[in-house]
Design a protein around this ligand. Structure first.
Ligand SMILES: *Cc1c(COP(=O)(O)O)cnc(C)c1O
Length: 529
């Protein structure tokens, strides 16, 4: 396929993920027969083994337990709680199996630190993994909620104690969490057509795309960050949130594609903005939080105003499992705003939810999300599959047992860090070494790179003579490298996102080399003209 200017213009109307998909074919049969390098996607190329092996051990134990009640060929029965903790300890062989060492430590942690009843908890684990019961309670399993809450506190709250005051709704990845939140905010009339919502751009594309859909028709207020401010949101931008016209603030923190976490100053500004605009609803997506040292979520700063979204996908290499969670404080602005809706809206909502609860006016926003996630009518079979909930629990436990110096988290950070450093070294540009940089993604500004290597006139030549996706496209077509277009995320023209997650570490120098090689070819053409 030959791509002309017109085709490029059409391509630019697609979303960033879709543009990148279009380029995969071009890159695979690239002109130089280079190896195909796709640094477009954020899917990690590493996994956590410990929690997965523990899942397998618990499954084996669960099957043995089921055979205690019925054992007929491949058919087994149900499990029994009495004595299950003791039988589980007898089943484990920590002398010979490192996974059993982990599970033994997990039991001690659950008893001593979280004060859980071990018979009840082991029974919940076993039944959860066997998966022979609908999720009950449907929002989240009882002890699982305690464990996941503690994990979120230890990894994201920077010492603020909120685990005991936080309610959870595990979901099919962060993806479902985002969909459920938008949907229930709308159904409960907390955001209406024409409302102003703020987002910190550049941002993960769904947050840009969903509000523009006909169903929502919200006005976006863009709190922009840029390379000049190190992709850090500025206090002046946050000040805009003091305007009570702004109903909601959607955040990705650390950002994607900017990869920067809000610094202390930004967090203070948010706290000030909420003091002035106490009805502000904040939705924060903290999927990359564990990649930043000393990370602090906005939830821990303004807990009563914030819904937190977390996903296990990135840190644990678990995108196929679909593991996410929504967290919300027991006392929150969402419930308060629902109570303050005008009588007509109240009445309509009571009618909506009285199909499934006796006192719909008392139904909390988080439970409304659970009901809405299954169109209300299927509330009784709602909730994340129990094996998925248990996988979240086991991933959480790997960190809770390892503590602050968690070697798995350290290794994950080091991996993306090395790739980031290699990329910047090969491009001969200065990396951003600030603490807030998660380094999961890098944004390379091609125009700036052009100016740095060949001067301002060449930069102008590139800007004025080519469509903004031209470089990206040529990089795929000629050199076999796929990156992502930052424009789709709301970044400036020429900003390309490189993911440090999904290629072998040695490839990152090669990506830098290919970028510079292509730039040199543009420069040759420029000189020839
Ligand atoms: C990857 C990503 C998600 C999606 O997470 P899943 O759990 O895989 O659905 C959500 N938000 C951001 C910002 C992401 O980068």
């Amino acid at each position: 396929m030959k791509i002309d200017k017109q085709a490029e213009k059409r391509l630019e109307t697609l979303g960033a993920f879709e543009i990148s998909n279009e380029m995969l074919g071009l890159a695979r049969k690239n002109e130089k027969s280079n190896i195909f390098l796709n640094a477009g996607r954020g899917n990690p190329n590493w996994i956590n083994t410990q929690a997965r092996l523990a899942f397998a051990r618990l499954l084996a134990f669960g099957v043995a337990e089921s055979q205690r009640t019925i054992a007929q060929g491949t058919m087994a029965g149900y499990t029994e709680q009495a004595g299950i903790r003791e039988r589980f300890e007898a089943f484990l062989d920590p002398e010979n199996d490192p996974t059993d060492v982990f599970l033994t430590r997990a039991l001690a942690y659950l008893k001593e630190t979280l004060a859980l009843d071990l018979d009840e908890t082991v029974k919940e684990f076993v039944d959860g993994i066997i998966g022979n019961n609908y999720p009950v309670p449907n929002r989240v399993l009882k002890n699982s909620e305690t464990i996941i809450n503690r994990y979120l506190q230890e990894t994201l709250y920077n010492g603020v104690q909120l685990a005991d005051q936080t309610q959870l709704f595990p979901t099919e990845g962060g993806t479902a969490a985002i969909v459920y939140i938008f949907n229930s905010l709308k159904e409960n009339k907390l955001i209406k057509a024409g409302d102003k919502i703020a987002i910190n751009t550049p941002i993960f594309t769904p947050y840009l795309q969903i509000p523009e859909l006909n169903d929502y028709e919200m006005v976006e207020i863009d709190l922009r960050s840029s390379e000049e401010t190190g992709w850090e949101i500025t206090p002046q931008a946050i000040d805009k949130l003091q305007d009570p016209e702004i109903k909601a603030f959607f955040i990705v923190n650390p950002s994607n594609p900017g990869s920067k976490a809000f610094d202390e100053k930004a967090l203070q500004e948010i706290s000030k903005a909420v003091a002035k605009n106490p009805d502000l609803m904040v939705i924060t997506d903290d999927v990359y939080g564990t990649f930043v040292d000393g990370f602090q979520t906005v939830y821990s700063v303004v807990p009563h105003n914030t819904l937190l979204v977390y996903s296990y996908s990135k840190l644990f290499g678990a995108t196929g499992w679909r593991l996410g969670v929504i967290a919300i404080h027991r006392e929150n602005v969402f419930d308060r705003l629902i109570k303050n809706l005008d009588p007509a809206d109240q009445k309509a909502l009571a009618k909506r939810y009285d199909l499934v609860v006796l006192e719909p006016e008392k139904m909390k926003f988080i439970d409304r999300m659970v009901a809405d996630s299954r169109s209300i009518g299927l509330y009784h079979t709602s909730g994340l599959s129990t094996p998925q909930q248990l996988m979240e629990v086991l991933f959480s436990l790997t960190h809770l047992i390892a503590g602050d110096q968690d070697p798995y988290i350290a290794s994950s950070k080091e991996l993306v860090n090395t790739r980031y450093e290699d990329l910047y070294a090969s491009l001969a540009i200065t990396p951003d070494e600030s603490r807030e940089n998660a380094k999961y993604y890098a944004i390379i500004d091609i125009y700036r790179l052009a100016e740095k290597h060949y001067g301002p006139d060449f930069r102008k030549y590139l800007e004025y003579n080519f469509e903004q996706v031209d470089f990206l496209l040529k990089l795929a077509e000629k050199n076999g490298v796929v990156l992502m277009d930052g424009v789709g995320f709301g970044a400036a023209a020429g900003d390309l996102r490189v993911s440090e997650a999904n290629l072998p570490t040695e490839d990152y120098r090669l990506i830098g080399k290919q970028i510079l090689e292509l730039l040199q070819e543009y420069h040759k053409d420029y000189q020839a003209e």
